[in-house]
Design a protein around this ligand. Structure first.
Ligand code: NAD
Ligand code: UGA
Length: 467
């Protein structure tokens, strides 16, 4: 018999925990969902009276939060209380690449996951289902089980893996109509099967049961890393071809269209770009590489590592092309970067290709000006501190964040499009051209602008994968 869940707790109110729990709460009004976090500022923003001020910019999210918040959706810093009350606990904390010790620069840092497990074990006085929502290395559930069982109060824990496949910018659409929901559990035991079924029943409030896939825990954990590796691999594949297109006169958009119409290949994830960003592709592939290496599977590791090598190359060559095209020097030249977020419709900047491009241009002593419709200047300066040896003061001297795109482009030598924000397509490009230094260059790192139209105005246009 499956358990009826009355209270869910989610540890981690980030890009995954916040939207995922908001949708569960909206779709399951009889379940109380409490999202907890140690970051007080973040929780305060989730509780902001004005729903437009929630900490994550995600189309459709404010409406969902508005409907459920205060009814059966709660955001709180009282982690212990929420754990104690819940029958089901999602762990949705960050799992970044390790920056120290063994596995530095490759393995996932699981210290926040372990802290959660120890806290759950300490606080729990009733049986719980613990759900891995964070992306984790295969066999992490084993470590969780060991911590929970050895440090707990003798209560029983079932551990499930339920990786999240939402993409930022389309999170609400993805959560409302997922291609599939994946649930891994201990399906060899009666208790394990029941726990899996309990979570299936939560999702079945709005997801067709045929789209809810159940597997063993290890398949579920590994499928998440594999999905991200395959998606990123497609981007690196098309980006590798973009360089060849530029040399041969082929047009990468035409090539992508031609191959994408083959139903075996498919049309998605074939947009050539300045390089993929985001908090997960690089981290998850590095983690996969690390796991393969730790089993001595060097060929497997090298194969996947090449996806990252190609991506780093794409970012570097985009910046180098700007320098080369601007007569081999950008020293003292104003260059405007349009877009800082790692993709459109999000304010997330983690691992954004824009950071690497800006760093390269600053290294060449360029005067870099940035405009992004959703990213704050504070965020941009913080991002720059992490990637280079310049102090925050130096970054503030060398790099300007503009609040108006036309002002950002005024007296510029070149504009680089780094995020595919729709609003860039609607600008008055004649007006922008009139106020730039000549020759006026555009480097379209996203292939979103109408090259012919820009050339008619007088711009010299360089688009990824076109010559
Ligand atoms: P995030 O950094 O936005 O959010 C994580 C939150 O967890 C932070 O607010 C942090 O303060 C909180 N936290 C950390 N330790 C805590 C603790 N002990 N107690 C309470 N709160 C704690 O991260 P995210 O983007 O939401 O990603 C979370 C996980 O989901 C990662 O493993 C990631 O790989 C995975 N994932 C992310 C996405 C995405 O689009 N961002 C998509 C699918 C999967
Ligand atoms: C990605 C996956 O798409 C999600 O399924 C997954 O849940 C998530 O990672 C995660 O695990 O964090 P996300 O990073 O939010 O989602 O966004 P994507 O749409 O995948 O884009 C990632 C990067 O690739 C962006 O920089 C994007 O601009 C770039 N990209 C994507 C391209 O350059 N070309 C494309 O054709 C597609």
């Amino acid at each position: 018999m499956t358990q009826k869940i009355k209270n869910i707790c989610c540890i981690g109110a980030g890009y995954v925990g916040g939207p995922t729990m908001a949708v569960i709460a909206q779709k399951c009004p009889e379940i109380n969902v409490t999202v907890v976090d140690i970051n007080e500022k973040r929780i305060a923003a989730w509780n902001d009276e004005n729903v437009e001020n929630i900490p994550i910019y995600e189309p459709g999210l404010p409406e969902v939060v508005k409907e459920a918040r205060g009814r059966n959706l709660f955001f709180s810093t009282e982690v212990d209380a929420a754990i104690e009350k819940a029958e089901m606990i999602f762990i949705s904390v960050n799992t970044p690449t390790k920056t120290y010790g063994i596995g530095k620069g490759m393995a996932a840092d699981l210290k926040w996951i372990e802290l959660c497990a120890r806290q759950i074990a300490r606080v729990s006085v009733t049986d719980k289902i613990v759900v891995e929502k964070s992306t984790l290395p295969v066999r992490t559930a084993e470590a969780l089980k060991s911590i929970l069982e050895n440090t707990g109060n003798g209560v029983k824990f079932q551990i499930l893996s339920n990786p999240e496949f939402l993409a930022e910018g389309t999170a609400i659409e993805d959560l409302m109509a997922p291609d599939r929901v994946l649930i891994g559990g201990d399906i060899d035991t009666v208790e394990g099967k029941e726990a899996v079924q309990t979570l299936v029943d939560v999702y079945a409030h709005w997801v067709n049961r045929d789209n809810i896939l159940t597997t063993n825990v290890w398949s579920s954990e590994l499928s998440k890393l594999t999905a991200n590796a395959f998606l990123a691999q497609r981007v690196s594949s098309i980006n590798a071809l973009s360089e060849l297109c530029e040399k041969t006169g082929a047009d990468v958009t035409e090539v992508a269209r031609a191959i994408g119409m083959d139903s075996r290949i498919g049309s998605k994830f074939l947009k050539s770009s300045v390089g993929f960003g985001g908090s997960c592709f690089q981290k998850d592939i590095l983690n996969l590489v690390y796991i393969a290496k730790s089993f001595g599977l060097d060929e497997v590791a090298d194969y996947w590592e090449q996806v990252i090598i190609m991506n780093d190359h794409q970012k570097r060559r985009f910046a180098a092309n700007i320098v080369q095209t601007l007569f081999n020097t950008v020293s003292g030249k104003k260059i405007t970067l349009l877009g800082w977020a790692f993709k459109k419709d999000t304010n997330d900047t983690r691992e954004s290709a824009a950071i690497a491009v800006a760093d390269h241009l600053l290294y060449e002593q360029s005067n870099v000006v940035i405009y992004d419709p959703k990213v704050t200047s504070e965020q941009i300066y913080t991002d720059m501190v992490y990637v280079n040896s310049r102090s925050e003061e130096e970054n503030r001297d060398l790099l300007t964040v503009a609040i108006d795109p036309y002002e950002a482009c005024q007296n510029s030598h070149a504009i680089a499009i780094l995020t595919e924000w729709d609003e860039f397509k609607t600008y008055d490009w004649q007006k922008i051209y009139d106020h730039m230094l000549k020759p006026a260059f555009v480097f379209d790192g996203r292939n979103i602008l109408d090259v012919k139209k820009l050339e008619e105005i007088g711009f010299v246009v360089n688009s990824i994968g076109k010559n």
